[in-house]
Design a protein around this ligand. Sequence first.
Ligand code: ZN
Length: 417
Amino acid sequence: MSALRFGPGILARHEALARFTQDEGRLTRTYLTAKHREAGETVMAWMREAGMEAGFDAMGNLVGRYAGATADAPVLMTGSHMDTVVDAGKYDGSFGILSPIACVADLHARGKRLPHAIEVVAFGDEEGVRFGATLLGSRAMAGRFDPKALEAKDKDGITLREAIRDFGGDPDAIPTLKRDPAKVAAFVETHIEQGPVLLDEGLAVGVVTAISGCTRVRARVTGVAGHAGTVPMPLRQDALAAAAEMTLAVETYCCARADRIVGTVGKLAVDGEGAINVIPGGVNFTVDVRSPDDAERRAAAEAIRADCEDIAESRGVALAWDAFFELQSAPCDPRLMTLMGECIARAGVKVRTLPSGAGHDAMEMARLVPAAMLFVRCGAGGVSHNPAETLDERDADIATAVLLDFLERFQPSGARR
Ligand SMILES: [Zn+2]
């Protein structure tokens, strides 16, 4: 017999939700598919059971609303995403929907209304698997949806515009989804950490300080291909050996600043897949640099580029460097972080702050209104985007109790009890 208030019920709902999958034998649920609708209808029923009005909006986000004490009460928004990556875990996104529904159900059971309304949003698309553009739902609510995205096609040639219509939505109404920051007091998201920090420190939850910004680079090293047996070592211009040294340069730079910067070479390919008896003539690789501090991230990207250029010069190879993507960081709101920390302390957990290296819907919402995030520990070494993702029912319980405390203690005016 468990004494836990929320954990077991929430974990059971994660199991139920994971059954809505478009792939046999694994969890894959992408935006605007039949399984998205079925999963959404199930969550909608849970929202209504918890005392909320609920429905899909014009682009397939599911929105549940628990009215405040007065009709004109400001809104405290919370939520996360319904969609998953291919062969996903059960908790990424879903926890940020199911934990607030459990909180609202608790308020409803007590007949309690707050000075603010609560809206729980199950965003349709965060992962970007189907149309290749991420954070579509939260971007629309933040008023940053780019209408050009409507022409993006999935692998079957269906455009986002068509998919929204087929789902019963209205692509032309997307601009109306933008929220009025005068009416929305804040946005708060609960999410599994997707990393090993809380696990490593034995903490159930943590407060997010900022969602890291990101610089992404496509690099190409061009050397000279040659026979593996005949070209003497000093005369080689080996593109792979150069790219390997550059990969280590990325690691060395970031390791020296490991508390603030992370950097990854995630793809590295020798032209034509290479051959065992050929000195590699060309290599393409990628660099991904992230930091909660934009100035540090930009400085890091420049310094890494300079290091790679030095390596190219000393090895007699050419380097092409295309920093093709940049995303600014989204700092969390200090007042909300303080309140979240107080709620964590009241739950008896040491208050640990940490940045989020992964992108989240809160990143877009933070561009519109003050935002906060609560991380909950994930097990199995912190693995995520993988069926091995785990969430302990005691951790789910603590995180939900902290969120409920936060929802109840939140003061829209800015004054705190
Ligand atoms: Zn997520």
